[in-house]
Design a protein around this ligand. Structure first.
Ligand SMILES: NC(=O)c1ccc[n+]([C@@H]2O[C@H](COP(=O)([O-])OP(=O)(O)OC[C@H]3O[C@@H](n4cnc5c(N)ncnc54)[C@H](O)[C@@H]3O)[C@@H](O)[C@H]2O)c1
Length: 337
């Protein structure tokens, strides 16, 4: 389907679920962006889930979001169970504003929901020539090292920096072997997941996505990955006032209340210590890495964010493919009326 038409449809669906035009625009743009950067697990496949949560009154379509200024650099946002896209958009904008004023912007958000891709927000700061880090927690998917039960989410870590070229450096990664959205999409499409990413509920390796969802996702790098997941839970849950320690509800299966996810936005000026030589230094840094001898079969050493940029550049010229399942969701949401 044509991108413009699909955007209109999605925004209309959100509006019909009670969102203001401005909030519907923020949510629609974020979902379409996920499709365009090649992350359909965080795009249209989640639209119905968000709408179902609004219908169950556990996402607030008309939130009264409070922004408390703690200092010139630091703000605390109570998102009032808004759509995660809405609070994340406000969060990054406040962090950018604070950073521009003082050099550093630190913003904590509580009572929020799932906001999709961290890189989407970090990129907004990087485009304004700022460095940004973003942390969010997510529902239980990974077992703490040594535990028999999932507790940490796939808790993504995102870091972005300007590169003095049109492609920003954006490392945006879950701390699980693959993100949970990919497992959900595989389960819905009746496909297998790769080996080595999950165990079933009895602790046996599995390539069956449903068994993986009921079992345990494996963290990156063993106990180190589980440690990173824990760190993100502290940064985005414990210190923000959001849920933590496994209390973030699964947005697809648990409709007993709001998720109360926490996010932490950290934005800084890149020239704080080295002045304008930052631009020369980052270029030198990337050039040095890219010039290294390559492993057989590797054409180019990429920096994080390059592959996403290339996918976006290709996808923006084309239509967005709509799977049978997504079409069914759209029909159920009366999207074509
Ligand atoms: N909101 C949530 O609760 C939540 C939870 C988990 C993940 N996510 C999002 O899902 C998205 C996907 O996460 P993921 O873990 O599947 O990411 P991924 O595995 O696709 O990519 C991880 C990182 O590796 C980089 N990369 C990939 N190939 C590379 C290469 N050949 N050379 C150099 N760098 C390379 C990418 O640019 C990216 O920065 C992210 O945007 C993340 O924020 C969100």
């Amino acid at each position: 389907m044509k991108i413009k038409k699909l955007k209109q449809i999605i925004k209309k669906v959100f509006k019909e679920h009670g969102l203001s035009q401005n909030h519907a625009n923020l949510c629609g743009d974020a979902l379409i962006n996920a499709e365009l950067v090649g992350a359909p697990s965080h795009g249209l496949s989640r639209l119905k889930m968000y709408c179902d949560r609004i219908k169950h009154k556990i996402i607030n379509p008309k939130p009264k979001i409070k922004i408390k200024k703690i200092s010139q650099s630091i703000s605390h946002i109570d998102a009032n169970n808004s759509m995660g896209f809405v609070s994340a958009s406000i969060g990054i904008n406040v962090a950018i504003k604070n950073a521009k004023k003082t050099g550093i912007g630190l913003v904590a958000v509580k009572n929020s929901g799932h906001y999709g891709l961290s890189g989407y927000y970090v990129e907004q700061a990087v485009k304004k020539n700022l460095i940004a880090m973003l942390f969010t927690n997510a529902p239980p998917a990974i077992a703490p090292h040594g535990a028999l039960k999932t507790l940490f989410g796939t808790n993504p870590i995102c870091f972005g920096a300007p590169t003095d070229s049109k492609i920003p450096f954006i490392l945006d990664t879950s701390v699980s072997m693959i993100n949970r959205g990919k497992i959900r999409v595989a389960a819905r499409d009746g496909k297998k997941i790769p080996e080595g990413v999950a165990l079933d509920k009895y602790g046996k390796p599995t390539t069956n996505p449903q068994e993986a969802l009921e079992g345990v996702q494996l963290p990156i790098a063993g106990f180190r990955g589980s440690g990173l997941a824990w760190m993100v839970d502290i940064l985005s849950g414990v210190i923000t006032g959001g849920n933590h320690a496994g209390r973030v509800k699964d947005p697809f299966t648990d409709f007993t209340g709001p998720q109360n996810i926490g996010h932490l936005f950290f934005v800084l000026k890149p020239n704080l210590f080295v002045g304008n030589s930052f631009h020369k230094r980052i270029k030198d840094n990337i050039k040095t890495v890219k010039k290294l001898p390559k492993i057989k079969g590797v054409k180019e050493i990429l920096y994080p964010g390059q592959n996403k940029y290339n996918r976006y550049k290709n996808n923006i010229k084309n239509e967005i493919p709509i799977s049978k399942n997504i079409l069914e969701d759209l029909k159920q949401l009366n999207a074509f009326k």
